[in-house]
Design a protein around this ligand. Structure first.
Ligand SMILES: [Zn+2]
Length: 229
């Protein structure tokens, strides 16, 4: 594997499909930026400088009371970041973004303009609900440094945090009943996004997410092998 021109990867999948892990692998392989919308929102609303803006303060309130941030605000934030990455000559890997139809309508035309439609690759990692629940309820975080350890058979053997040696605990967010709600929300929210992307002429490559992360990575690269220069 040699090079890949600055391109855009969009990786979808339910909670526990391993989309974040795969997005990281792709980003590392090609020197692209792994763009996580949730993280960018959190960074922005926790930045004291940006909090001087009343709009940002309002979004922080929404976020902290469990309400969704305003889609128009999120889209604008993401668009600015896209423009920045493009200017820096970087490819982008999105995991689970654009998340809403509103966001997709704002962001896809911008990505097409900047990177060219033929350089945008969309994947959906498919796993059974049982797998999603199993992996999520076996995911752990470090009590000391908050490091999040995704479920893999390898990680399952670890007793301590690989970063700091702290204690690993299961997250409340990862209880089976809550995961089921998250899976349903994911299906509800992404269905109209998929329809929109297909209407715009994109293929969504389905990838079997049941095997090991290494196998899943291979299936992804098999789909794009002929694009690599
Ligand atoms: Zn730790």
């Amino acid at each position: 594997m040699k090079d890949f021109k600055p391109s855009v990867f969009v990786i979808y999948g339910p909670p526990g499909s391993g989309k974040g892990t795969q997005a990281n692998k792709i980003a590392e392989k090609f020197g692209f930026e792994h763009f996580n919308t949730g993280e960018v929102i959190e960074d922005t609303i926790n930045d004291p400088e940006k909090l001087k803006d009343p709009i940002v303060r309002k979004q922080k309130e929404n976020f902290e009371t469990g309400d969704l941030c305003d889609p128009a605000w999120v889209s604008e934030l993401v668009s600015k970041e896209i423009e920045r990455m493009h200017e820096e000559g970087k490819g982008i890997v999105f995991s689970a973004s654009p998340r809403t139809l509103y966001e997709a309508k704002k962001i896809m035309p911008l990505l097409e303009d900047l990177y060219g439609k033929e350089n945008i690759y969309i994947f959906e990692i498919v796993v059974r609900p049982e797998t999603s629940i199993y992996r999520n309820s076996h995911r752990r975080v470090c009590k000391d440094c908050d490091y999040s350890l995704v479920y893999t058979p390898e990680n399952e053997k670890l007793k301590e945090c690989p970063k700091c040696g702290g204690k690993l605990v299961t997250r409340v967010l990862d209880k089976p009943e809550i995961i089921k709600v998250r899976i349903n929300k994911y299906i509800e929210r992404t269905k109209p996004v998929y329809d929109f992307l297909k209407q715009r002429g994109f293929d969504i490559y389905k990838i079997d997410g049941e095997p090991s992360p290494e196998e899943v990575e291979k299936s992804i690269f098999n789909k794009i092998n002929d694009k690599i220069i």
